[in-house]
Design a protein around this ligand. Structure first.
Ligand SMILES: NS(=O)(=O)c1ccc(C(=O)NCC(=O)NCCc2c[nH]cn2)cc1
Ligand SMILES: [Cu+2]
Ligand SMILES: [Zn+2]
Length: 263
């Protein structure tokens, strides 16, 4: 069924230029994950990711974040297992981060903020033939969230960091090949929280099975600083705004249960 909540344009949110609260939206994201209130579900399986680095196509600045887009016209890069019944195709991954290391993540754990959060976006290719279809349907999407902490340099991330100066402005795109996003996952992907939610930027559709990793990854201060050198604005605009704090405010749980896997 198409997602139930209607979209009423409320006061414009300064950053997302979209509705801030979705009246009637009872499964919005992000949320604060209260660890002790998450429910252990022994039925939850280990995540199975199978990503083909050859499907990596481009990296671009969409004016909210930077996205690494994958060719999702075949089932070459997939996610299954975990809380999912079907097979999901990798479409893109992107990040959210703050202007300082003190905040930047979208989800929090017991109110703890992380400096950044990675989202790996997949859509249900067993049920739908296009991302655009799946984005409107319950369980049409599956997004893996990974928290970033500042610490040692992340070797796998460096290839991505080196490409960022070429896409400083909104709508800039560069070719980007042979990147396997599995290198951005924590060592242990068997421990995660999962809940039903939404996209955290417009269209905010309530079609996401969220899978938030309990284990974070580490990146260096300098690597994160390069994220902050990106701009929200296009080359033509006379006032350039640095791309920081591109996260959404936390949304009410509305009685949802967050389930926990346990390895
Ligand atoms: N922050 S988040 O909740 O993870 C999230 C928020 C918005 C979108 C989105 O709006 N995503 C459009 C998109 O990625 N469109 C690509 C379509 C496409 C088709 N084939 C290749 N790419 C995806 C994820
Ligand atoms: Cu905002
Ligand atoms: Zn796609």
């Amino acid at each position: 069924s198409a997602c139930s909540s209607k979209y009423v344009l409320s006061q414009m949110h300064p950053m997302w230029q979209g509705p801030l609260a979705i009246p009637g939206g009872d499964r919005q994201s992000p949320i604060d994950i209260i660890a002790r209130k998450s429910v252990l579900d022994t039925e939850l399986k280990p995540l199975v990711t199978d990503y083909d680095p050859d499907t990596c196509q481009q990296i671009w600045n969409n004016g909210y974040s930077f996205l690494v887009e994958y060719d999702d016209t075949t089932d070459k890069s997939t996610l299954k297992g975990g809380p999912l019944r079907d097979k999901y195709r990798l479409c893109q991954f992107h990040f959210h981060w703050g202007e300082s290391n003190a905040w930047g993540s979208e989800h929090t754990v017991d109110r703890k903020l992380f400096p950044a959060e990675l989202h790996l976006v997949h859509w249900n290719s067993d049920k739908y033939s296009l991302f655009e279809e799946a984005v409107m349907e319950d369980n049409g999407l599956a997004v893996i969230g990974v928290f970033l902490k500042v610490g040692k340099r992340h070797e796998g991330l460096q290839k991505l960091v080196d490409a960022l100066p070429a896409i400083r402005h909104k709508d800039s795109v560069v070719e980007f090949n042979r990147f396997n996003p599995a290198c951005l996952l924590p060592a242990n992907t068997d421990d995660y929280w999962t809940y039903h939610g939404s996209l955290t930027t417009p269209p905010l559709t309530e079609s996401v099975s969220w899978i938030v990793m309990k284990q974070h990854i580490e990146v260096s201060h300098d690597q994160l600083a390069v994220f902050r050198s990106l701009l929200f604005t296009s080359a033509e605009e006379d006032v350039q705004k640095s791309m920081v704090n591109n996260f959404r405010v936390q949304q009410p749980l509305r009685g949802r249960t967050v389930r926990s896997s346990f390895s």
